[in-house]
Design a protein around this ligand. Structure first.
Ligand code: SAM
Length: 291
């Protein structure tokens, strides 16, 4: 399985958790705004395999046009495959025309465009004047504060309202065992390691996004969107642990800590196998409108 297919599999597995976690008050504020429009044009930032777009398709009752912006071309191709399956399951006819997918039933038409490119280059990718809304799911903990600020400046220029869901703010295992706090801290620090664009906001994205949105002049509504992963989902718990296993060693300074990490991972794996481990992953959702 290629790296992109693994990522696509992970993005699909997280859908039921995201669906339950999404903050209903934040989402209702966006729905309230959309209600005033006959047709809606929405840009999905960091669209991945289109899970965010698929989530909203049946929640929005107007004619919709979507622009999926994603830097990874293969994920966008998978996104269209999955949208075609969604169309079949929801009794829409689908027609694929190059980078455009048209879904139709007797009442509605939904047009979806795929655009390979960066969230930080939106003005060169699409005419932002024609859009009603920008959405993004599970993207901004990956961004630096500066990158997020750049995006907000662009949204401000076009007065585009913004719904940003499932921004990671922390992990907690239940029950807690020795070393949890150390290794979760390493995992969080890995998200904030130095990269070519600076440091990702990682688990600090909640307050940083809130402050940046307020500072630039948005009216902001924020809400929690936690995943509650019970011991009855060992596959998902194992995947979370694998992310930790792959990332933490990159930032461990002392070799002895690798042994401690291995022991900690082994203990967690045994707890998963015995259905004795659960996990909460904290996130925040944001709705921002221009005052
Ligand atoms: C965790 S995934 C979430 C995907 C999707 N929104 C979902 O809910 O399933 C984050 C996505 O953001 C994309 N991404 C990150 N930085 C980006 C950038 N600067 N421009 C475009 N896409 C970006 C990644 O390639 C990845 O597909």
């Amino acid at each position: 399985m290629t790296k992109n297919h693994k990522l696509a599999e992970w993005l699909e597995l997280r859908i039921p958790y995201d669906t339950t976690a999404r903050n209903s008050i934040v989402e209702a504020s966006c729905q309230q705004y959309l209600k005033k429009r006959k047709r809606v044009k929405i840009i999905d930032l960091g669209a991945g395999t289109g899970a965010n777009c698929r989530y909203y398709l049946s929640k929005i009752s107007q004619e919709q046009e979507w622009f999926l912006v994603e830097q990874n071309q293969e994920l966008l191709e998978i996104a269209f495959d999955r949208l075609i399956v969604w169309a079949q399951e929801n009794r829409y006819e689908s027609q694929l025309q190059n980078s455009r997918l048209v879904l139709k039933n007797q009442v509605y038409q939904i047009t979806i465009h795929r655009i390979v490119g960066s969230i930080l280059d939106l003005e060169n990718l699409i005419d932002l004047n024609t859009l009603d809304l920008a959405v993004a799911n599970a993207v901004f903990d990956l961004f630096s504060e500066k990158q997020f600020q750049t995006l907000l400046e662009c949204l401000k220029k076009y007065q585009l309202p913004f719904l940003a869901t499932l921004n990671y703010t922390g992990t907690n295992f239940i029950p807690q065992t020795d070393n949890d706090s150390d290794f979760i801290q390493y995992y969080n620090q890995h998200m904030q390691r130095h990269q070519y664009f600076g440091r990702g906001m990682g688990p600090e994205c909640g307050p940083s996004m809130w402050e940046a949105m307020k500072r630039i002049g948005m009216k902001v509504i924020q809400g929690e969107s936690p995943w509650e992963i019970t011991s009855s989902d060992p596959v998902f718990l194992q995947l979370l642990l694998r992310f930790m296993e792959e990332s933490i060693p990159e930032i461990l300074e002392e070799a002895t800590l690798q042994d401690e990490l291995n022991n900690w991972l082994l203990e967690k794996q045994q707890m998963i196998a015995q259905n004795k481990l659960s996990c909460n992953v904290a996130h925040q959702d944001f709705w921002g409108e221009w005052e």
